[in-house]
Design a protein around this ligand. Structure first.
Ligand SMILES: Cc1cc2nc3c(=O)[nH]c(=O)nc-3n(C[C@H](O)[C@H](O)[C@H](O)COP(=O)(O)OP(=O)(O)OC[C@H]3O[C@@H](n4cnc5c(N)ncnc54)[C@H](O)[C@@H]3O)c2cc1C
Length: 287
Protein backbone atom coordinates (compact mmCIF):
# COMPACT_ATOMS: atom_id res chain seq x y z
CA UNK A 1 0.00 0.00 0.00
CA UNK A 2 1.17 3.52 -0.77
CA UNK A 3 2.27 5.16 2.47
CA UNK A 4 2.99 8.77 1.54
CA UNK A 5 -0.24 10.76 1.02
CA UNK A 6 -0.66 14.48 0.31
CA UNK A 7 -3.56 14.58 2.75
CA UNK A 8 -5.06 12.35 5.43
CA UNK A 9 -8.80 12.59 6.08
CA UNK A 10 -9.93 11.31 9.49
CA UNK A 11 -13.46 9.94 9.14
CA UNK A 12 -15.33 8.18 6.34
CA UNK A 13 -18.77 9.70 6.80
CA UNK A 14 -20.34 12.07 4.25
CA UNK A 15 -17.95 14.93 5.19
CA UNK A 16 -14.75 12.89 5.01
CA UNK A 17 -15.68 11.12 1.77
CA UNK A 18 -16.70 14.40 0.14
CA UNK A 19 -13.35 15.92 1.15
CA UNK A 20 -11.52 12.86 -0.20
CA UNK A 21 -13.38 12.94 -3.53
CA UNK A 22 -12.66 16.62 -4.06
CA UNK A 23 -8.99 16.28 -3.09
CA UNK A 24 -8.68 13.46 -5.63
CA UNK A 25 -10.42 15.55 -8.31
CA UNK A 26 -7.71 18.16 -7.80
CA UNK A 27 -4.93 15.62 -8.17
CA UNK A 28 -4.00 15.06 -4.51
CA UNK A 29 -3.35 11.64 -3.04
CA UNK A 30 -5.63 10.89 -0.08
CA UNK A 31 -5.82 8.35 2.71
CA UNK A 32 -9.15 8.17 4.56
CA UNK A 33 -8.88 6.56 7.99
CA UNK A 34 -12.05 5.51 9.79
CA UNK A 35 -12.85 3.67 12.95
CA UNK A 36 -16.19 2.13 12.12
CA UNK A 37 -19.69 2.65 10.82
CA UNK A 38 -20.91 6.22 10.42
CA UNK A 39 -24.00 7.67 12.07
CA UNK A 40 -25.72 7.84 8.71
CA UNK A 41 -25.72 4.05 8.34
CA UNK A 42 -28.26 3.99 11.20
CA UNK A 43 -30.81 6.12 9.31
CA UNK A 44 -33.74 4.05 8.07
CA UNK A 45 -34.55 6.46 5.24
CA UNK A 46 -33.07 9.80 4.19
CA UNK A 47 -35.45 12.03 2.27
CA UNK A 48 -33.78 15.44 2.42
CA UNK A 49 -30.69 14.88 0.27
CA UNK A 50 -31.21 16.36 -3.16
CA UNK A 51 -31.61 13.84 -5.97
CA UNK A 52 -31.52 10.67 -3.84
CA UNK A 53 -34.92 10.36 -2.12
CA UNK A 54 -35.94 7.12 -0.47
CA UNK A 55 -32.50 5.62 0.11
CA UNK A 56 -31.58 4.18 3.47
CA UNK A 57 -28.56 5.68 5.23
CA UNK A 58 -26.66 2.47 4.54
CA UNK A 59 -27.39 2.66 0.80
CA UNK A 60 -26.27 6.30 0.71
CA UNK A 61 -23.05 5.43 2.50
CA UNK A 62 -22.37 2.61 0.02
CA UNK A 63 -22.73 5.10 -2.87
CA UNK A 64 -20.57 7.75 -1.18
CA UNK A 65 -17.86 5.21 -0.35
CA UNK A 66 -17.82 3.71 -3.84
CA UNK A 67 -17.62 7.17 -5.44
CA UNK A 68 -14.62 8.16 -3.29
CA UNK A 69 -12.89 4.82 -3.93
CA UNK A 70 -13.52 5.07 -7.70
CA UNK A 71 -11.88 8.51 -7.62
CA UNK A 72 -8.76 6.93 -6.11
CA UNK A 73 -9.14 7.64 -2.39
CA UNK A 74 -7.54 4.90 -0.25
CA UNK A 75 -9.61 3.83 2.77
CA UNK A 76 -8.05 2.23 5.83
CA UNK A 77 -9.82 1.06 8.97
CA UNK A 78 -8.30 2.17 12.26
CA UNK A 79 -8.60 4.74 15.02
CA UNK A 80 -6.62 7.95 14.82
CA UNK A 81 -5.35 8.35 18.38
CA UNK A 82 -3.80 11.73 17.84
CA UNK A 83 -2.79 14.18 15.16
CA UNK A 84 0.40 16.11 15.86
CA UNK A 85 1.48 19.18 13.87
CA UNK A 86 5.23 19.47 13.31
CA UNK A 87 7.10 21.89 11.06
CA UNK A 88 4.13 22.59 8.77
CA UNK A 89 3.37 18.86 8.37
CA UNK A 90 1.47 16.32 10.50
CA UNK A 91 1.97 12.97 12.15
CA UNK A 92 -1.15 10.84 12.56
CA UNK A 93 -1.06 7.97 15.03
CA UNK A 94 -3.25 5.24 13.55
CA UNK A 95 -3.49 2.35 16.01
CA UNK A 96 0.19 2.81 16.83
CA UNK A 97 1.39 3.31 13.22
CA UNK A 98 2.78 6.80 12.66
CA UNK A 99 1.74 8.25 9.28
CA UNK A 100 3.20 11.50 7.98
CA UNK A 101 1.28 13.87 5.71
CA UNK A 102 1.14 17.44 4.43
CA UNK A 103 -2.42 18.34 5.51
CA UNK A 104 -5.23 16.80 7.55
CA UNK A 105 -9.01 17.08 7.27
CA UNK A 106 -10.85 16.09 10.45
CA UNK A 107 -14.33 14.71 9.73
CA UNK A 108 -14.99 12.63 12.84
CA UNK A 109 -18.66 13.42 13.46
CA UNK A 110 -19.95 14.43 16.87
CA UNK A 111 -18.63 13.12 20.13
CA UNK A 112 -21.81 13.00 22.23
CA UNK A 113 -20.16 11.82 25.40
CA UNK A 114 -20.10 14.10 28.41
CA UNK A 115 -16.79 13.88 30.28
CA UNK A 116 -17.02 12.29 33.72
CA UNK A 117 -15.96 14.37 36.75
CA UNK A 118 -12.16 14.66 36.88
CA UNK A 119 -11.67 13.55 33.26
CA UNK A 120 -10.96 16.96 31.72
CA UNK A 121 -8.96 18.15 34.74
CA UNK A 122 -6.62 15.12 34.66
CA UNK A 123 -6.34 14.78 30.87
CA UNK A 124 -2.66 14.24 30.05
CA UNK A 125 -1.92 13.54 33.73
CA UNK A 126 -3.18 9.97 33.77
CA UNK A 127 -6.29 10.29 31.59
CA UNK A 128 -5.70 9.16 28.01
CA UNK A 129 -7.89 8.35 25.01
CA UNK A 130 -5.36 6.20 23.15
CA UNK A 131 -3.59 3.12 24.51
CA UNK A 132 -1.22 2.71 21.59
CA UNK A 133 -0.20 6.40 21.82
CA UNK A 134 0.41 6.70 25.57
CA UNK A 135 0.65 3.08 26.78
CA UNK A 136 4.44 3.03 27.15
CA UNK A 137 4.22 5.78 29.81
CA UNK A 138 2.33 3.33 32.04
CA UNK A 139 4.51 0.25 31.65
CA UNK A 140 4.65 -1.64 34.95
CA UNK A 141 1.79 0.42 36.42
CA UNK A 142 -1.84 -0.20 37.28
CA UNK A 143 -4.24 1.18 34.68
CA UNK A 144 -7.96 1.01 34.01
CA UNK A 145 -9.46 0.72 30.55
CA UNK A 146 -13.05 1.91 30.21
CA UNK A 147 -14.20 -0.01 27.15
CA UNK A 148 -16.86 1.91 25.21
CA UNK A 149 -15.73 1.14 21.65
CA UNK A 150 -15.47 -2.13 19.68
CA UNK A 151 -11.65 -1.83 19.56
CA UNK A 152 -11.26 -1.31 23.32
CA UNK A 153 -10.52 -4.98 24.23
CA UNK A 154 -7.69 -5.00 21.67
CA UNK A 155 -6.22 -1.85 23.23
CA UNK A 156 -6.51 -3.37 26.73
CA UNK A 157 -4.68 -6.48 25.48
CA UNK A 158 -1.97 -4.22 24.03
CA UNK A 159 -1.49 -2.54 27.44
CA UNK A 160 -1.34 -5.93 29.15
CA UNK A 161 1.19 -7.08 26.54
CA UNK A 162 3.58 -4.18 27.25
CA UNK A 163 3.51 -4.88 30.99
CA UNK A 164 0.68 -2.80 32.46
CA UNK A 165 -1.53 -4.24 35.16
CA UNK A 166 -4.89 -3.74 33.45
CA UNK A 167 -8.45 -3.69 34.80
CA UNK A 168 -11.09 -3.58 32.07
CA UNK A 169 -14.32 -1.78 32.97
CA UNK A 170 -17.49 -2.41 30.95
CA UNK A 171 -21.01 -3.82 31.15
CA UNK A 172 -19.73 -7.34 30.53
CA UNK A 173 -16.36 -9.01 30.01
CA UNK A 174 -15.56 -9.19 26.26
CA UNK A 175 -14.69 -12.69 24.96
CA UNK A 176 -11.56 -11.33 23.26
CA UNK A 177 -9.97 -10.00 26.46
CA UNK A 178 -6.65 -11.66 27.42
CA UNK A 179 -6.94 -13.96 30.45
CA UNK A 180 -4.43 -11.78 32.33
CA UNK A 181 -6.64 -8.68 32.15
CA UNK A 182 -8.79 -8.16 35.25
CA UNK A 183 -12.44 -7.20 34.82
CA UNK A 184 -14.77 -4.93 36.76
CA UNK A 185 -18.46 -4.68 35.74
CA UNK A 186 -19.80 -1.14 35.60
CA UNK A 187 -18.78 2.28 34.34
CA UNK A 188 -16.30 4.92 35.38
CA UNK A 189 -18.25 7.43 37.48
CA UNK A 190 -15.31 9.74 38.22
CA UNK A 191 -11.56 10.07 37.87
CA UNK A 192 -9.82 11.04 41.09
CA UNK A 193 -6.42 12.47 41.91
CA UNK A 194 -4.44 15.61 42.68
CA UNK A 195 -1.38 16.26 40.49
CA UNK A 196 -2.08 12.99 38.62
CA UNK A 197 -4.65 10.20 38.48
CA UNK A 198 -4.82 8.13 41.67
CA UNK A 199 -8.06 6.18 41.25
CA UNK A 200 -11.24 5.73 39.27
CA UNK A 201 -14.61 5.32 40.91
CA UNK A 202 -16.63 2.30 39.75
CA UNK A 203 -19.91 1.29 41.41
CA UNK A 204 -19.20 3.84 44.14
CA UNK A 205 -15.85 2.23 45.09
CA UNK A 206 -12.37 3.62 44.39
CA UNK A 207 -10.14 1.46 42.18
CA UNK A 208 -6.51 2.65 42.65
CA UNK A 209 -4.78 3.21 39.27
CA UNK A 210 -2.12 5.52 37.85
CA UNK A 211 -3.73 5.78 34.45
CA UNK A 212 -7.17 5.46 32.89
CA UNK A 213 -7.79 4.92 29.19
CA UNK A 214 -11.27 6.11 28.26
CA UNK A 215 -11.94 4.44 24.92
CA UNK A 216 -15.13 5.87 23.47
CA UNK A 217 -16.34 5.28 19.91
CA UNK A 218 -15.65 8.97 19.12
CA UNK A 219 -12.72 10.89 20.57
CA UNK A 220 -13.29 14.49 21.72
CA UNK A 221 -11.66 16.67 19.01
CA UNK A 222 -9.33 18.57 21.33
CA UNK A 223 -8.05 15.25 22.70
CA UNK A 224 -7.29 14.15 19.13
CA UNK A 225 -5.33 17.33 18.37
CA UNK A 226 -3.78 19.15 21.33
CA UNK A 227 -4.37 22.91 21.11
CA UNK A 228 -7.32 22.64 18.71
CA UNK A 229 -9.73 25.55 19.29
CA UNK A 230 -13.36 24.66 20.04
CA UNK A 231 -16.53 26.71 20.32
CA UNK A 232 -19.50 25.29 22.25
CA UNK A 233 -17.93 21.83 21.99
CA UNK A 234 -17.56 21.98 18.18
CA UNK A 235 -14.33 22.53 16.25
CA UNK A 236 -13.98 26.23 15.47
CA UNK A 237 -13.36 26.93 11.77
CA UNK A 238 -13.46 29.92 9.45
CA UNK A 239 -15.54 30.01 6.24
CA UNK A 240 -12.86 27.94 4.45
CA UNK A 241 -13.11 25.21 7.14
CA UNK A 242 -9.63 26.10 8.42
CA UNK A 243 -9.01 25.45 12.11
CA UNK A 244 -6.67 27.50 14.30
CA UNK A 245 -3.82 25.14 13.27
CA UNK A 246 -2.36 25.83 9.79
CA UNK A 247 -2.82 22.83 7.48
CA UNK A 248 -5.57 21.33 9.65
CA UNK A 249 -9.15 21.53 8.36
CA UNK A 250 -12.44 20.26 9.78
CA UNK A 251 -15.77 19.37 8.21
CA UNK A 252 -19.22 17.98 8.97
CA UNK A 253 -21.00 17.38 12.26
CA UNK A 254 -17.87 18.05 14.32
CA UNK A 255 -17.94 21.70 13.22
CA UNK A 256 -21.52 22.34 14.34
CA UNK A 257 -25.13 22.57 13.24
CA UNK A 258 -27.00 21.73 11.08
CA UNK A 259 -26.02 18.12 11.73
CA UNK A 260 -27.20 16.95 8.32
CA UNK A 261 -25.77 15.07 5.36
CA UNK A 262 -26.01 17.94 2.86
CA UNK A 263 -24.13 20.25 5.20
CA UNK A 264 -21.43 17.62 5.83
CA UNK A 265 -20.94 17.04 2.10
CA UNK A 266 -20.66 20.80 1.45
CA UNK A 267 -18.19 21.24 4.31
CA UNK A 268 -16.09 18.39 2.91
CA UNK A 269 -15.85 20.16 -0.45
CA UNK A 270 -14.85 23.49 1.12
CA UNK A 271 -12.27 21.85 3.40
CA UNK A 272 -10.79 19.98 0.43
CA UNK A 273 -10.42 23.18 -1.61
CA UNK A 274 -8.72 24.93 1.30
CA UNK A 275 -6.43 21.92 1.85
CA UNK A 276 -5.45 21.96 -1.83
CA UNK A 277 -4.60 25.67 -1.56
CA UNK A 278 -2.56 24.98 1.58
CA UNK A 279 -0.66 22.12 -0.06
CA UNK A 280 -0.01 24.25 -3.15
CA UNK A 281 1.04 27.26 -1.09
CA UNK A 282 -1.83 29.39 -2.42
CA UNK A 283 -3.73 31.95 -0.32
CA UNK A 284 -7.43 30.89 -0.22
CA UNK A 285 -9.97 33.22 -1.85
CA UNK A 286 -11.70 33.79 1.50
CA UNK A 287 -8.64 35.71 2.77
C1 LIG B 1 -30.61 7.67 13.10
C2 LIG B 1 -30.11 8.86 12.32
C3 LIG B 1 -30.86 9.36 11.28
C4 LIG B 1 -30.41 10.46 10.53
N1 LIG B 1 -31.17 10.91 9.50
C5 LIG B 1 -30.73 11.95 8.74
C6 LIG B 1 -31.52 12.42 7.64
O1 LIG B 1 -32.61 11.91 7.35
N2 LIG B 1 -31.03 13.46 6.92
C7 LIG B 1 -29.84 14.06 7.20
O2 LIG B 1 -29.44 14.98 6.49
N3 LIG B 1 -29.08 13.63 8.25
C8 LIG B 1 -29.50 12.60 9.02
N4 LIG B 1 -28.73 12.17 10.09
C9 LIG B 1 -27.48 12.90 10.41
C10 LIG B 1 -26.30 12.45 9.54
O3 LIG B 1 -26.11 11.06 9.69
C11 LIG B 1 -25.03 13.22 9.94
O4 LIG B 1 -25.27 14.61 9.86
C12 LIG B 1 -23.85 12.86 9.04
O5 LIG B 1 -23.59 11.47 9.08
C13 LIG B 1 -22.61 13.64 9.47
O6 LIG B 1 -21.53 13.26 8.68
P1 LIG B 1 -20.02 13.39 9.19
O7 LIG B 1 -19.19 12.90 8.06
O8 LIG B 1 -19.79 14.74 9.72
O9 LIG B 1 -19.90 12.41 10.45
P2 LIG B 1 -20.22 10.86 10.63
O10 LIG B 1 -21.17 10.38 9.60
O11 LIG B 1 -20.59 10.71 12.06
O12 LIG B 1 -18.83 10.13 10.35
C14 LIG B 1 -17.77 10.22 11.25
C15 LIG B 1 -16.63 9.31 10.78
O13 LIG B 1 -15.49 9.56 11.59
C16 LIG B 1 -14.92 8.31 11.99
N5 LIG B 1 -14.14 8.57 13.21
C17 LIG B 1 -14.50 9.21 14.36
N6 LIG B 1 -13.46 9.31 15.21
C18 LIG B 1 -12.41 8.71 14.57
C19 LIG B 1 -11.04 8.49 14.91
N7 LIG B 1 -10.54 8.92 16.08
N8 LIG B 1 -10.25 7.83 14.02
C20 LIG B 1 -10.73 7.40 12.83
N9 LIG B 1 -12.02 7.60 12.45
C21 LIG B 1 -12.83 8.25 13.30
C22 LIG B 1 -16.12 7.38 12.13
O14 LIG B 1 -15.72 6.03 12.07
C23 LIG B 1 -16.90 7.81 10.88
O15 LIG B 1 -16.34 7.17 9.74
C24 LIG B 1 -29.16 11.07 10.85
C25 LIG B 1 -28.41 10.56 11.90
C26 LIG B 1 -28.87 9.47 12.64
C27 LIG B 1 -28.03 8.93 13.77
Amino acid sequence: METDFDCIVVGAGPAGLSAALNLRQRGKTVLVVHSGETLLAKAEQVDNYLGMPGLSGKQMMERFTQHARDAGAVLRKGRAGNVMPFGGRFMVNLDGDILETGAVVLACGVSKAKPVPGEAELLGRGVSYCATCDGMLYRGRAVAVWGLSPEAPQEANFLHGIGCSVTYIAGRRPDTLDAGVAFRAGRVEAVEGGAAVEAVRVGGAALPVQGVFILRAATPPDALVPGLALENGFVKTDAAMRTNIPGLFAAGDMTGKPLQVANAVGDGLVAALAAVDYLDGVSPMTD
